[in-house]
Each structure stands twice: as structure tokens, then as C-alpha cells.
Design a protein. Structure first.
Length: 588
């Protein structure tokens, strides 16, 4: 078996700095120790759920005006860019899954699921070793802070692409709520302020970011009104002409600011930016069909891989909080993240063995090798050898999240991001656009961990115009032509396991949407070798038993900020936003 290059010393460093980075970049929400139950919202018609009440309201308004799920998702996404600017926005990128119900059940039996990749791409001038210093070591901050950390943003192009072909209402109408929030201001929350405080030092180094998000370098306080005049103007321009972001005055401002500050993005990079429609990855779990984002996200592949490893195991009989269940899933997670580190990358640059990794026979093999009594030490968990993986053939043809379903049951599940809190901490002067630090999702060097402690290798090395590997997992679950649920979450490396657990909570444990997004979570990602359990969610006996089986258990306060829409048997939409965040569901 090939060994991934992963020196011992590096693994120790990763284990030490990983929680520190997560908290610094604001990916661990300030959630209470024991998570309260989310509020359940019901509607017969349409539903929008996002990470901020004002953004959900923007989408709800569009549904009420006769817009469809695409229109509402676009309006919600632009609003998030204003009211939750630290998490996602027009300076970032993401993925969208769209599910269209069968028009005629005679000719079309299943939902049609399409996946849109509007993730950031590396600039043309990016190089493999761009984050190494003269000693050949990774400069950890260079891919996180400042202009060099920024990937070419895809959000505006992505939203326009899906709207052009599938939207109903005029484009400019969809931006009006966002423009209003930016121009008139909105009250910032505790969550906003805590993230701002953590990134204040970096933000204050960039004059435009400092002007946009601080009061002369001091953080806003909860309840203060944040007015974003430049962003309002930029959104007005995009409302008139979305291309202005790439070929017009906004693009020129970004390129000029980059050139003056050591960034790599040129006007040519912006002009070349193209969203890509991709085939989602879909698989069967029990009677349901689970579809999620394919590479360049690792999310869909590993979600299906873990579901396949669960296989026929009777999880409901085992019980959700049971050590056996947690142990089995943890071992499956370890294998999935080990394979991720070797095989996953931009499919336009490397061959990703999607069919093999999501094949049932490979999963069965992994399942057989899991010792239910003893955790496998991570040093013994290695990515599958290519020659092994080749034996598994496909058996059948086949960092904010928002979910929208309309009256026709058209569904959008969309996760998009600027990566770390407040992205690169850079605002393009005169535009109010906060730029991403998505370049950190590449493997800066083989075996060196990124912000989320994830390691990667050749498949995710930096190259010009390449897309960094993601974990974002927008997901749609259907059965016999009916929608069952749609979900997703932010949370960096924890996204895949969060989405997995929300899906299992609904499909296996028959929870409603509120219970499914509230239930305590656990996470393992192979490296660092830690089984992370949510504080307050697991009994002492369970923790002891997991430790006895060899798991390095660590308790941590809640992570992720999932939301979900679930369709009940009587066809009612039920939705909930993660109580660990401040999101809300709004029915039409
Ligand atoms: O694409 C990814 O996997 C990451 N850039 C997502 C970042 C994220 O979820 C931040 N949340 N805490």
C-alpha cells in the first residue's frame, strides 16, 4: 500500500494547531453547551431556510411574488452576502444542486438533479509552490490572509447562470432586498461580532476592509447598525449587469487592487471565469436516492461512501447514541477521509475514481475489515491502493447553506462560501466586496494540513486555473419521484459528517427537520486522530466505551450550521435551521 507522505512531526503540529485555527477563523460557533431544539416551520406551499432571518425573508418575499425556488435562492444568496458577509458572498464561490420534479410520471420517473459548480478557481499565475518560503516550508498565513489567498470568485456568475436558464422573475428584482440591507443597514448579531473580533487584526491591515467592517479599527457591538454603502452600489451595478463583475468596472477594480497589493488575479482571470454544470453523484440508500455534489467537492463521494459502508446495518435497532453506532460510523469516516487525501481533486485536472470510491463492493470490503470492538489506529488506515480500487467497478448506472423548495417542488440546495471567517480579510477598495481565502483549500504541500486539518497530495496540488478541493455537500434526497429532503451545512472538514448525520437522522431515525439538525454530532476525519463528540450530547458511559475501544475522544462545543427541508408523508414542507446558528426557516 502506498504511504501518504506525512511526517510524524507534521502530524503533531497539525493536532496542536488545528483546533486553534478553527476557532481563530470562526468555524466553531459559540453555541451553548447543550443544543436546544430548533424551531420547526411548516408550509404547504414554498419554504426558504438559510443562516440568517433577513436572508430567508428575502427569499420568502420572492416566493410570495410568484418567483420559483431558483429566484428565491438567488435573492437569499445575495442577501446572505450582505447580512452574513463573514461566511459567504459575491467575493467567494460555491455549489448548487437543483432538483426538478418529474413533469410527466409516465416518461420521467425520478427527480432530475443537476449540479452547478461556481467555486473559485486559482488564478492563471498560481504556482504549485506559491505558499512555500525560501526554506521550502509552507507559510501558513499566506494562503489565509491577504491578496495572495484569494481565488477567482464565482458567485455572481453562478447565480446568473442558474437564473438565466431556470429563473422566472427578472434578475434585477432578486437583488433588491440585498441592496436595501446594504444601503439602509441591519443590526449585527453576537455571532457577527465574535467572528469580527477574531479576525480584527487581519481586517485592520486592509484599509477597505477596516472601513467596511469596523468603526475606525474597533469592532461593531451587537445591535449596532452596519451600513455597507459601497456594497449597495456594487449590487446595484450587478443588478443592471452581472457581467460587470467580470468584464466591467467591478472586475477592473478587483484586478487593479490585486496588482497593487501582490495579488495574482487579473482581468483576464475574471473574464475567463466560467461556472460548470456537472453530473451529481447519486446512490441508493435503503429505498431513497441520495444525490450530492461531485468533485471538485469531496462531499458527495464521501457521503455516499459512508452510507455504503453502513450498508445493511440496522442502525435504528442499534440506536443513535449507541457506542456501536458511533464506532462503526467513525471507522467509516476515517477510511473516507484517508481516501479523500489521496484521490480527491479537481476532476478537470486529475482522474478522480468516483465510481470506485462510491461502489458498493468497495464499501463491503471496508465494512468487513472494520473491527467492531477496536478502533483501527490511524497509522494503519491508509488510502486504498490504486490497484485495489481498480477491482471495484460501478454496479449500477446510475460555509453557508440555504435550502429552498417552491410550490411546484422545484428544490435548490446550495452551499457557498468565502472559506474562513471574513475570507482573506481583504475588501476590494471602492466595491465593498469581501474576498475569499479559498486558495487554502488546496494542498500547499503534500501532507501539510490546511485550515481544517485536512491533508492532501498530488490530486489537490495548486496549478493555474484549477479548482481547490472542497467538502461542501449540498444534498437532495428523493424516492419514487418524490422529494424527501434537502440539506447542507458549513463547517469545513466537518461538513460531510454533519450532512451524513442529518440525512441519517431523517432516513434512519425518522426525526423531523428540527430534531435532525439539532441532534448532537460527532466527527472523525482520519487526521488528526481524534473522535470529536459534541459537548453535552453523549453519556459518560458512551464516552468511556468509545475510549475503551481505542478512540481518542475530544469533547467540543457545537459545530456546523445545517438546515434542512423535509417533506412529510402528507406532502407538507417542514424546515428548520440549526439552533447552533441564527438561521430561520420561512414558509411562503
Ligand atoms: O469548501 C470547503 O470545504 C471549505 N472552504 C468550506 C469552508 C467552511 O465551511 C467554513 N465554515 N466554517
Amino acid at each position: 500500500m502506498p504511504q501518504i507522505r506525512f511526517p510524524q512531526l507534521k502530524s503533531q503540529i497539525i493536532i496542536l494547531i488545528y483546533p486553534f485555527f478553527l476557532s481563530l477563523l470562526g468555524c466553531i460557533p459559540n453555541s451553548p453547551k447543550s443544543v436546544p431544539l430548533a424551531k420547526l416551520e411548516r408550509s404547504q406551499q414554498g419554504m426558504v431556510v438559510s443562516a440568517h432571518p433577513l436572508a430567508s425573508e428575502a427569499g420568502q418575499l420572492i416566493l410570495q411574488k410568484g418567483g420559483n425556488a431558483v429566484d428565491a435562492a438567488v435573492a437569499t444568496a445575495f442577501a446572505i452576502s450582505v447580512v452574513e458577509p463573514f461566511s459567504a458572498g459575491i467575493g467567494g464561490g460555491g455549489f448548487l444542486l437543483m432538483g426538478t420534479p418529474p413533469e410527466n410520471s409516465e416518461t420521467q420517473k425520478e427527480y432530475k438533479i443537476q449540479a452547478l459548480d461556481f467555486r473559485e478557481r486559482s488564478p492563471k499565475a498560481a504556482t504549485r509552490d506559491m505558499y512555500l518560503n525560501q526554506e521550502g516550508e509552507v507559510d501558513q498565513r499566506a494562503s489565509l490572509d491577504g491578496h495572495l489567498a484569494v481565488g477567482v470568485p464565482g458567485t455572481v456568475a453562478g447565480l446568473y447562470t442558474v437564473h438565466k436558464d431556470y429563473g422566472k422573475l427578472p434578475w434585477s428584482e432578486l437583488l433588491q432586498s440585498a441592496i436595501g440591507y446594504a444601503r439602509d443597514g441591519f443590526e449585527v448579531s453576537d455571532r457577527f461580532v465574535s467572528r469580527l473580533e477574531r479576525r480584527l487584526e487581519v481586517i485592520n491591515k486592509n484599509p477597505a476592509a477596516k472601513a467596511a467592517f469596523t468603526k475606525n479599527g474597533q469592532p461593531y457591538q451587537p445591535g449596532d447598525l452596519l451600513i455597507q454603502t459601497d456594497k449597495a452600489q456594487t449590487l446595484e451595478t450587478i443588478a443592471e449587469n452581472p457581467q460587470s463583475f467580470y468584464t466591467g468596472k467591478i472586475g477592473e477594480a478587483i484586478a487593479t487592487d490585486m496588482a497593487a497589493n501582490g495579488g495574482l488575479i487579473t482581468l483576464e482571470d475574471l473574464k475567463d471565469y466560467t461556472p460548470i454544470w456537472r453530473q451529481p453523484v447519486c446512490g441508493e440508500f435503503r429505498q431513497a436516492r441520495v444525490c450530492a455534489m461531485p468533485p471538485p467537492s469531496s462531499g458527495g463521494v464521501h457521503l455516499l461512501q459512508i452510507l455504503n459502508i453502513i450498508g445493511e446495518t440496522n442502525l435504528p435497532q442499534w440506536g443513535r447514541q449507541n457506542p456501536d453506532t458511533i464506532h462503526l460510523l467513525t471507522e467509516a469516516m476515517g477510511v473516507a477521509y484517508a481516501d479523500r487525501s489521496k484521490y480527491l481533486g479537481d476532476p478537470d485536472f486529475v482522474q478522480v475514481p468516483v465510481q470506485e470510491l462510491t461502489s458498493r463492493s468497495y464499501a463491503q470490503q471496508v465494512r468487513q475489515e472494520i473491527n467492531l470492538e477496536q478502533a483501527k489506529p490511524v497509522t494503519e488506515v491508509q488510502p486504498a491502493a490504486p490497484e485495489t480500487l481498480r477491482n471495484y467497478i460501478w454496479e449500477s448506472p446510475n460555509t453557508t447553506h440555504l435550502t429552498v423548495v417552491d410550490e411546484e417542488r422545484l428544490v435548490i440546495s446550495m452551499t457557498y462560501t468565502i472559506n474562513g471567517s471574513f475570507g482573506a480579510g481583504v475588501v476590494t477598495a471602492g466595491t465593498g466586496i469581501l474576498l475569499n481565502n479559498e486558495m487554502d483549500d488546496f494542498a500547499a504541500a503534500p501532507g501539510v494540513a490546511n485550515l481544517y486539518g485536512l491533508v492532501g497530495g498530488e490530486a489537490n496540488a495548486i496549478a493555474p486555473k484549477k479548482t481547490p478541493l472542497s467538502s461542501m455537500t449540498p444534498t437532495i434526497v428523493t424516492q419514487d419521484g418524490q422529494l424527501i429532503m434537502a440539506t447542507g451545512s458549513p463547517g469545513g472538514s466537518t461538513i460531510i459528517t454533519t450532512v451524513l448525520q442529518v440525512v441519517l437522522n431523517v432516513l434512519e431515525y425518522k426525526m423531523d427537520a428540527a430534531q435532525a439538525v439539532s441532534a448532537p454530532r460527532f466527527h472523525h476525519q482520519w487526521l488528526p486522530d481524534k473522535l470529536i463528540l459534541e459537548t453535552g450530547g453523549f453519556s459518560e458511559a458512551t464516552v468511556n466505551e468509545l475510549q475503551r475501544r481505542g478512540h481518542n475522544v475530544e469533547m467540543r462545543d457545537g459545530w456546523g450550521n445545517a438546515n434542512a427541508i423535509v417533506v412529510t408523508e402528507s406532502g407538507v414542507l417542514e424546515a428548520a435551521a440549526d439552533p447552533r446558528g441564527e438561521g430561520e426557516a420561512k414558509g411562503e
